[in-house]
Ligand binder design. Sequence first.
Ligand code: CTP
Ligand code: CA
Length: 226
Amino acid sequence: AVAALTVKDLAGERVLVTAGPTREEIDPVRYISNYSSGKMGYAIARAARRRGAEVTLVAGPTCLADPWGIETVRVTSAAEMYEAVLARLERSTVVIKAAAVADYRPKCKAPGKIKKTDAAMAVELEKNPDILREVGARKGARLVVGFAAETGELVANARKKLLDKQVDLMVANDVSQAGAGFHVDTNIAKFLYPDGRIEELPLMGKNELADLLLDRVTALRQTGAK
Ligand code: CTP
Ligand code: CA
């Protein structure tokens, strides 16, 4: 009943959303990852679907069930997420990159469980591809939304990422703040735009933030800005 009352303002849009962390394997039993729960990205995917969009969700390892009515592609590593996103980029009209992609991966994955010794050990890491940067570089007529997770200098850092990665809207959040970021159901975000505009938002639920973000996406698509 609620779905029937929703304005289908995203009808005709094909929205690609990424969510969750990635996992970079060290050996068959260990990995490097981060605290992302996937809740924000899943909330965006569900809200976009409710508002009439055709949605594809590329998700890293999360505890969340595949959302109803949404093509969900499960990946593990950043390299797999990169492949999955690039393969689906062409047909998308909006890309929203809420995933917390691991910046580095172990240079070699040990084939067997690494045994401990008395010596200290180091794992050599190499850089993962930056998916959002690649999407921004191939943007075309698409609208691209990024997320920036910061623990200080929020606006300056997020603004730099917005320009570097050529995104149209950056959702900046200070993950060191209580009520924002990982695990919790709420977020405190700022929307940053390429023209320097900043919209400061109060503490709100991730579902509410998802709808507010999609309001801005719709507006940007309709003003022909994109
Ligand atoms: N991102 C990505 N691929 C990566 C790293 C990040 O697509 N390899 C995307 C994230 O999904 C997010 C945005 O880039 O939308 C910003 O991620 P963030 O980790 O905040 O910024 P980085 O550019 O990785 O910089 P740093 O971690 O050094 O702050
Ligand atoms: Ca990063």
